[in-house]
Design a protein around this ligand. Structure first.
Ligand SMILES: CC(=O)SCCNC(=O)CCNC(=O)[C@H](O)C(C)(C)COP(=O)(O)OP(=O)(O)OC[C@H]1O[C@@H](n2cnc3c(N)ncnc32)[C@H](O)[C@@H]1OP(=O)(O)O
Ligand SMILES: O=C([O-])CC(=O)C(=O)O
Length: 453
């Protein structure tokens, strides 16, 4: 009998095997007209669904070619800028109104908004011994990982988890929208305590506070926050709440919902998608990329020095060697992402107040020079600009929010959009999503074990 291999030795001999036998000849994709990443040849997305929830515009078709235009984002047909102006003019929080709009397809009346806000407030508290048994007993170094495990565990606390009737899915969705800030805040506190040796703070949610206010109170030992901090976080929640059906996590919601599974399974899958560095996880990557740039560029005000370093990143010679400048580029937007424009305005205000103007200028320099460098180095005609993740982390940093919470903050907002897409898939989808993969391996013989080499 051969001696037992340990995992490290086993991987040493099998990693290349896995790579070799999973590498498909790149020319076959064009030969069989495969829409890689569900993208057409011209970069536009393959049309796979209809939605009334979110609309994302980044180009217009001109003589069959996508032509860049400034980005536009609409929730249920209403431009995002008008939604923001509306609640800001009233001096109230906007996330609850936005979640209602996304779920129900209309702006709430005053009465409907009050009812919805108080239902959210009443449902924030976690059930039974959930905090002790699930969050504190099983902390995670990663809050997105903790969030998805918490969501999956909520299944066991739900008296009616499998029922996919609209009324039941709506109930589950509202509970999740209410509880996400609590799950994230407690997951963070557990990490701080068990991994970082800090004191443990479990502040109960307060009924009179908005989603953003509650979140800030729950992550701070003294529960204190300023009105400006709450307003900016609320704005960020509104801007992150929805982005059409095609973004990776909302599409995940459509795909998994179409199999007729439970709400917790669907939302856990979406959280896994959002965590990715090319999707919501980019907001954390931007911060580590900026730290790397700050450490490697001597004079941030010297455009040439910054250019040289960004060129190195694009050539896979610096930072994480992926070749990506995080926070830049988008599958739909070209010239601009309207959310990045609004977040940049907030970043400018905060940078002035908190004396972070030098760093703000560095962000702006990178935003300005990357599109040109990208075009030159990658020989690409794809038009790129800062996306929502570019300035959001910098804004959170100036709000004194710890970095590991940046992607979870995205999830606290996006649960509203995911819930709306799940309902839309259940009500209007009606077919299991099942595209085709062509097998290109050919026929092979089964060889008996004793004859294999
Ligand atoms: C909330 C959000 O999800 S917003 C997006 C957050 N993600 C990021 O900021 C990560 C950086 N950006 C990216 O990776 C991409 O721009 C994406 C994933 C957002 C969109 O990508 P797509 O529009 O689908 O472009 P696609 O993946 O087809 O890229 C085309 C080429 O441009 C490159 N590219 C796209 N964006 C960037 C970038 N920011 N930096 C360097 N190269 C880029 C790709 O690597 C690819 O190169 P290749 O042909 O050599 O493989
Ligand atoms: O639309 C996308 O592909 C990604 C995005 O910006 C989002 O989900 O907010």
């Amino acid at each position: 009998m051969s001696s037992k291999k340990n995992m490290a030795d086993f991987l040493e001999t099998t990693t290349e095997l896995a790579r070799e036998n999973n590498t498909i000849d790149a020319s076959l994709y064009s030969k069989f007209n495969v829409k890689r990443g569900l993208r057409n040849e011209d970069g536009s997305g393959v049309l796979v669904g209809l939605t009334e929830i979110g609309e994302v515009h980044g180009y217009v078709m001109d003589e069959g070619e996508p032509t860049p235009v400034p980005g536009r984002l609409l929730y249920r047909g209403i431009p995002i800028e008008n939604i923001v102006k509306g609640f800001q003019a009233d001096g109230r929080s906007g996330f609850e109104e936005t979640a209602f709009l996304l779920l129900f397809g209309k702006l709430p009346t005053k009465r409907e908004l009050d009812d919805f806000s108080s239902i959210l407030a009443e449902n924030r508290e976690l059930p039974g011994d959930f905090t002790e048994s699930t969050i504190l007993k099983n902390p995670s170094p990663d809050i997105m990982n903790k969030l998805s495990r918490s969501v999956l565990t909520l299944y066991s606390f739900d008296p009616n988890p499998e029922d996919v009737s609209i009324k039941n899915v709506l109930r589950q969705s509202i509970e999740l929208i209410a509880r996400f800030p609590v799950l994230v805040a407690y997951g963070y506190q557990a990490k701080q305590h068990y991994y970082n040796g800090k004191s443990l703070y479990i502040h109960p949610p307060q009924e009179e506070l908005s989603t953003a206010e509650n979140f800030l109170a729950m992550i701070r030992p003294d529960k204190q926050f300023t009105q400006t901090e709450a307003e900016i976080l609320d704005l960020s929640f509104v801007l992150h709440a929805e982005h059409g059906g095609g973004n990776n996590s909302s599409f995940t919601v459509h795909v998994v919902s179409s199999a007729d599974t439970d709400t917790y399974s669907v939302i856990a899958a979406a959280i896994g998608s959002l965590k990715g560095a090319k999707h919501g996880g980019a907001n954390i990557k931007v911060i580590s990329m900026m730290e790397d740039i700050k450490n490697n560029v001597k004079d941030w005000s010297d455009r040439k020095q910054v250019e040289d370093y960004i060129a190195k990143i694009l050539k896979k010679e610096a930072f994480d060697r992926s070749g990506l400048v995080y926070g830049m580029g988008h599958a739909v937007y070209t010239i601009s992402d309207p959310r990045a424009i609004l977040l940049k305005e907030k970043a400018a205000e905060l940078a002035k107040e908190t004396n972070n103007q030098e760093e703000f200028e560095l962000y702006n320099t990178i935003a300005e020079i990357t599109p040109g460098l990208f075009a030159d180095i990658k020989k690409s005609n794809k038009v790129i600009s800062p996306n929502v993740d570019f300035y959001s982390g910098f804004v959170y940093k100036m709000l004194r929010i710890p970095t590991e919470l940046y992607t979870p903050l995205f999830a606290i907002a996006r649960i509203a959009g995911w819930s709306a897409h799940r309902l839309e898939e259940i009500i209007s989808g009606g077919r299991i999503i099942r595209p085709a993969y062509k097998s290109v391996v050919g026929k092979k013989e089964y060889i008996p074990l004793k004859d294999r080499k």
